[in-house]
Design a protein around this ligand. Structure first.
Ligand code: ACM
Ligand code: ZN
Length: 775
């Protein structure tokens, strides 16, 4: 085994050091995002060398810029320094043009023959995507020449809105970092940058008419530590962009065919503005720039005419800075608490006849009043409005585009109302969620679990929409909220490589998508990440562990894999794997307690090891049947994960180690295989109150010899959680007189009515459970 292990590493080293160098001389158009058509031709290969010229049409400023960008990309990738020219060279030339006839203005073709590489776009934007494709097709590494194989590429995007969002309010990034972010977007064919510029924790855009917005509102006195721990860092924090910064950034983005959509979030998420201008709030203040995370009750007073003038004035300056057709006015997470008590807001409700009706409360309609005011003003300025899906709640503004973040429901509703929709569901596209289930090796994040494959699997057009409704889905967008993202390096980490998955979601047709092939292509994109010095997440290089419960042989089969078939070494005795440990060759059969530790070994080093601790009890790897169904979105590995020998060890409920029930209860029967004495059973629950995950209210165990007649063994009731109950894993154990049984039934009753103190009060809560143990 030892010898084999060493040989494997040697071969892997050989593969990684010699073969890629040979391949590295040749371009490959199977890039991310995968073009629609990549076809080999018989026109002869092109040799790129230091004498190759990049030609662009005389007088075409945009293509001139692209020629310079391409020269820089080629220099970075290969070391070759190419010249640009307007001369019509006939040989050894990459020729850029924008005369392609195509119905999609972002379409392009690339045609390679032995003399020329033609990159032709249906517009300057189309040519830009051709340049990006050519750039990504190039191998990286210093070369005297690069072979570009005779190829024809025909390509165009699936969606016209391909977005990425960045919150600079919670944590600020410099103007240079914003430009670096824009470069990252360009590399992934993203064409909309949604810039979240204002929030409770900081106002980041200079507004000349309201100087205190940045003088006071751009700076908070200190910041809460961690997840609203109640402890503060005592360090002032701030930053903002001047109007000059913004103009420069808008121009920089436009050169990369990226439209910046600014967001001024209203009427909630305005506490930083209220700190500067307290008269715009219902109480008149004083307010502070918020020092913690969450949703504050301090929102704009809609009863005050000054508020409406403030919005108009701010939007006037915003519109002057940003040429985008669309301006985002937020509209999310606005508590109505203050409006209910505010005489001015109530007077507005009366004056505008905004009574509660069967669909909306008066205060929801007050929010709509404000959003409609903002929309009308934007429309008068020749612009269109985007709002988060909460803008549906009091009745949608007439021309609004809806950004659906709380799942897809708001987007579906808006499309049915014939409004344009951008899908940004948090379950697929919130890049502030963890990328790995192994939180211990990840930087602190907001929570959740959004691995690369899950992003890749996203389909923006819901099947429930009729074809004439589907066309209102203009695209999708990933959002990055930065409560826990303090540096731009971490922005890069959270974005990459998930942005690559997003780019295929948005660019490729559904039929083109294949995760396995994507991951292979991604490795060449990662060469560009390395070239640019991007801090990308490495979790995709970790060893993947797939478990199958073999209920016939009462064992767990563990399949280990890596995306690039790198050698894997493992141990089962809890010791650290090294290249001297057994080399993985076939699925492992685990039938006794053990600790599996495995890591991949590549020439550039070992990955973080994966660890799995297997516990065995009488229920482990036994057949299990659920009598009630889990919530359809919280099934994960299904019933067998409850008896797979692994006990979920953290409260990341979406890690795949838990299974969730809502309205229903966990009710399962386990077949122990033969009659045997049992005297104890236990179950774990995951409490995360913010995500509506509550503890069990009751645990029952009953047993049977024949699988039909069950006799109760033990049961226990648990009190409802209080506001003070901690978020944690709870273990519930029932002890009973030793009983002979073959079939064991366990029932874990969920919280059927969320208590009054919780925002979800009255609704059913979730119970997330794992690992049923029977002794
Ligand atoms: C949001 O995530 N509050 C739009
Ligand atoms: Zn008010």
């Amino acid at each position: 085994m030892k010898l084999f292990a060493k040989t494997a590493v040697f071969i892997a080293t050989l593969l990684c050091t010699i073969v890629p160098k040979l391949q590295a001389q040749s371009a490959n158009f199977h890039i991310v995002p995968l073009p629609k058509v990549v076809r080999s031709t018989q026109t002869g290969d092109f040799t790129l060398n230091a004498r190759t010229l990049i030609c662009y049409p005389q007088g075409n400023k945009q293509l001139k810029q692209q020629a310079t960008m391409l020269a820089n990309y080629i220099k970075q990738a290969t070391g070759l320094q190419l010249s640009t020219t307007t001369l019509a060279a006939q040989r050894n030339c990459i020729k850029l043009s924008s005369v392609l006839r195509h119905t999609n203005p972002e379409a392009y073709t690339i045609r390679v023959n032995s003399d020329m590489v033609f990159v032709d776009g249906a517009s300057a934007a189309g040519c830009f995507y051709g340049v990006q494709t050519l750039r990504k097709a190039l191998p990286t590494g210093v070369a005297q020449q690069v072979l570009i194989p005779a190829t024809e590429v025909n390509d165009w995007p699936r969606f016209s809105y391909r977005g990425a969002h960045l919150d600079v309010a919670r944590h600020f990034v410099t103007a240079d970092s914003v430009r670096r972010f824009i470069d990252m977007l360009a590399l992934h064919n993203i064409n909309r940058f949604h810039w979240h510029l204002t929030d409770d924790q900081g106002w980041r855009i200079e507004i000349k008419k309201y100087p205190l917005l940045t003088k006071i509102g751009a700076r908070r006195a200190q910041t809460v530590i961690g997840h609203n721990s109640g402890q503060y860092d005592g360090t002032p924090y701030g930053g903002y962009y001047t109007q000059k910064d913004i103009k420069d950034i808008v121009r920089y983005a436009a050169e990369r065919h990226i439209t910046i959509i600014p967001e001024i979030d209203m009427p909630g998420h305005m506490q930083a503005a209220l700190a500067a201008y307290p008269e715009l709030g219902c109480t008149g203040g004083p307010y502070q720039v918020w020092q913690q995370w969450g949703v504050t009750d301090s929102v704009l007073c809609v009863g005050n005419d000054k508020t409406l003038h403030f919005i108009d004035d701010v939007l006037n300056e915003v519109v002057a800075l940003f040429p985008s057709e669309y301006i985002h006015i937020g509209g999310d997470e606005c508590p109505k608490t203050m409006w209910k008590r505010c005489p001015k807001c109530q007077a507005r409700i009366a004056a505008e006849h905004l009574q509660t009706d069967g669909r909306h409360t008066a205060e929801e309609r007050l929010q709509s009043f404000l959003i409609r005011h903002a929309e009308q003003h934007l429309n008068q300025l020749g612009r269109q409005m985007i709002g988060w899906d909460e803008t549906l709640e009091g009745g949608l503004a007439p021309n609004a585009t809806v950004m659906s973040w709380r799942g897809e429901g708001g987007g579906i509703e808006a499309a049915r109302l014939k409004h344009k929709v951008i899908m940004t569901p948090n379950t697929y596209l919130y890049f502030d969620y963890y990328q790995s289930a192994d939180k211990a090796h990840e930087p602190e994040a907001i929570g959740g679990y959004l691995p690369l494959q899950h992003v890749y699997s996203y389909e923006p057009v819901p099947r429930s929409l009729a074809p004439d409704e589907q066309r209102y889905i203009i695209g999708a967008q990933a959002n990055l909220w930065t409560e826990y993202i303090k540096t731009f390096k971490q922005v890069e980490y959270m974005e990459l490589p998930r942005l690559a998955a997003l780019s295929e979601v948005l660019w490729c047709d559904t039929g083109q998508k294949d995760y396995g092939q994507f991951v292979t292509r991604l490795q060449r994109l990662i060469d560009t990440y390395r070239l640019q010095g991007y801090n990308f997440a490495k979790v995709i290089y970790n060893v993947g562990v797939t478990l199958a419960t073999d209920t016939t042989n009462h064992c767990i089969r563990a399949t280990l894999s890596t995306i690039d078939n790198a050698p894997i070494h493992y141990t089962l005795d809890g010791t650290m794997p090294t290249t001297a440990s057994p080399c993985y060759a076939e699925p492992l059969r685990i039938s006794a307690p053990c600790q599996l530790r495995a890591a991949a070994f590549r020439p550039w080093g070992a990955t973080h090891e994966v660890q799995r601790t297997f516990n065995f009890n009488k229920a482990t790897a036994c057949p299990i049947t659920l009598l009630q169904q889990p919530h359809p979105k919280q099934v994960y590995g299904g019933a067998t994960l409850l008896v797979d020998g692994l006990t979920a060890s953290d409260t990341n409920y979406a890690s795949g180690r838990w299974i969730g029930f809502c309205g229903n209860d966990l009710e399962a029967v386990i077949d122990l295989g033969s009659v045997m004495p049992i005297s104890r059973a236990s179950i774990n629950t995951c409490v995360e109150k913010g995500y509506w995950l509550f503890d069990a209210r009751r645990f029952e165990v009953s047993a049977s010899a024949d699988g039909h007649t069950f006799a109760p063994l033990a049961a226990e009731d648990y009190p409802a959680l209080t506001e003070q109950s901690p978020n944690q894993i709870n273990t519930h154990t029932l002890q009973f007189a030793t009983t002979a049984a073959r079939y064991v039934k366990v029932k874990v009753v969920s919280e059927h009515t969320i208590p009054a103190w919780h925002p979800g009060h009255g609704n059913p809560g979730f119970v997330f459970v794992d690992e049923i143990a029977v002794f």
